[in-house]
Write a protein that binds this ligand. Structure first.
Ligand code: FMN
Length: 403
């Protein structure tokens, strides 16, 4: 018998109901959310194996997290690629391949690394490539390599030609290794309007704008839309399956794939994280229910404001790549100012799903009501002051993604 005391600290932690018997992760989290009680786990032998299997007591260790430790030390263009791989990407698919030449880096799309019906028009995939390009540009400048970016149609999506220059350090480059998607609770504190405005720099990225939704009424309306979209996604079996396919449930899988979504990226407290790793892996249905509950009780309930990157040309690949660059720039700026950010794209994922299946559009008109006339949404995220910091997600190394 092992007795594990619960934490009592955060009332906004998930408290999902679970009709299933046994100590699933969700039941454990519910028990933890109740606080004050004591959770008793039987069977130390099995528990011991699970500790090893999920690396519960040493989150973020192992080769899969090595890229977060070495990106600064690697010189030249390989170092720029080592910085690029730390970028955000949809479901941590890392859909990129880099080709290093003498004075240039080519960025290719690996179309096999996709989220299927979650991103049926491959828009998020291209925006993920844009995120990597932004990191690459910052890292070239920091290494005394002046980059010129040319975006291209086709499988080779970008060419970054460099010339020798003075190193240009930047605050955004400095926090490259500290940027993480924060899915945990945020404090009950507004982010000042001037701080929100200061997060956005669209220089060199034409045709894009950011619409902030911070006032209580539209913020609540967007929160409801996000919950409804999450529910619609879970109710759509194919989308639910495609969503779940990128979830890595144990340390073995994480170290093997070095990609995907992990428990460590869910914004739990260290205690809840360690406990949730010890329990049997969740099924797709449990994962869906857990995500829905988190969306309602943590993500939307504690969002200080939402940002929406909009454009009038949402289907244009160049616009999508630039939107990814803008997203990464916003996230790095936010990180440098202590503002947390969580990408939340289920509404546009439903819009694209309805569009590609020929269903009547339900989410597009509701989202349009919250946006300036004619502005089409590309990316949605929430910001706020986080209750806690979150850990890194796994990455393939620069060498693994370089041709
Ligand atoms: C285009 C794009 C769309 C994303 N959509 C979501 C989303 O809807 N929900 C979410 O929790 N994270 C989303 N993410 C965040 C990724 O899951 C995250 O970047 C990835 O898991 C790597 O983790 P990191 O950002 O902490 O490095 C998105 C990221 C990108 C670039």
């Amino acid at each position: 018998m092992t007795t594990i005391p619960t934490e009592t600290r955060n009332a906004t932690e998930p408290q999902p109901a679970d009709p299933e018997p046994g100590w699933t992760r969700r039941r454990m989290l519910r028990a933890l959310g109740l606080g004050g009680a004591t959770v008793v786990v039987a069977g130390t032998g099995a528990l011991g194996y699970r500790v090893y299997d999920t690396a519960a007591l040493s989150p973020g260790r192992g080769d899969a997290y090595d890229p977060w430790r070495h990106w600064r030390d690697t010189p030249g263009l390989l170092g720029a690629v080592a910085s690029a791989v730390l970028a955000a990407s949809p479901h941590n698919t890392q859909p990129w391949v880099f080709g290093i030449r003498d004075q240039a880096v080519d960025v290719f799309l690996d179309g096999t690394r996709n989220t299927g019906t979650v991103d049926p028009l491959a828009r998020e995939q291209h925006m993920g490539i844009g995120c990597a390009i932004e990191n690459l540009v910052l890292a070239c400048r920091a290494r005394g390599l002046r980059p010129t970016v040319t975006l291209l149609p086709g499988e080779r999506l970008a060419e970054i030609v460099v010339t020798a220059d003075q190193p240009v350090p930047s605050r955004l480059y400095d926090v490259l290794g500290e940027r993480h998607t924060n899915r945990g609770p945020y404090e009950d504190r507004t982010v000042p309007a001037e701080t929100l405005t200061g997060l956005v720099d669209t220089a060199g990225l034409p045709g894009l704008a950011v619409h902030w939704i911070a006032d209580p009424t539209p913020r609540a309306a967007l929160g409801r839309l996000l919950v409804d979209a999450a529910k619609a996604l879970c109710d759509d079996e194919q989308q639910s399956r495609d969503n779940f396919a990128w979830f890595r449930s144990d340390n073995d899988e994480i170290q093997r794939h070095r990609d995907g979504l992990t428990l460590g990226g869910q914004g739990f407290s260290p205690f809840v994280l360690a406990m949730s790793k010890l329990l049997p892996a969740s099924s797709r249905e449990q994962g869906d229910r857990f995500w829905l509950k988190q969306t309602a009780t943590v993500h939307t309930a504690t969002a200080a404001a939402y940002g929406v990157i909009t454009t009038r040309t949402p289907d244009d690949r160049t616009t999508q790549l630039n939107a990814g660059r803008l997203l990464q720039r916003i996230h790095l700026t936010a990180t440098s100012q202590g503002v947390a950010l969580h990408h939340m794209n289920q509404i546009t994922e439903r819009i694209d799903r309805e569009r590609t299946t020929g269903s009547a559009p339900t989410f597009a008109p509701r989202f349009a009501e919250l946006l300036p006339s004619g502005a089409q949404p590309l990316l949605t995220f929430r910001v706020g002051y986080a209750v806690r910091r979150v850990g890194a997600s796994p990455r393939r190394s620069a060498a693994q993604v370089t041709r």
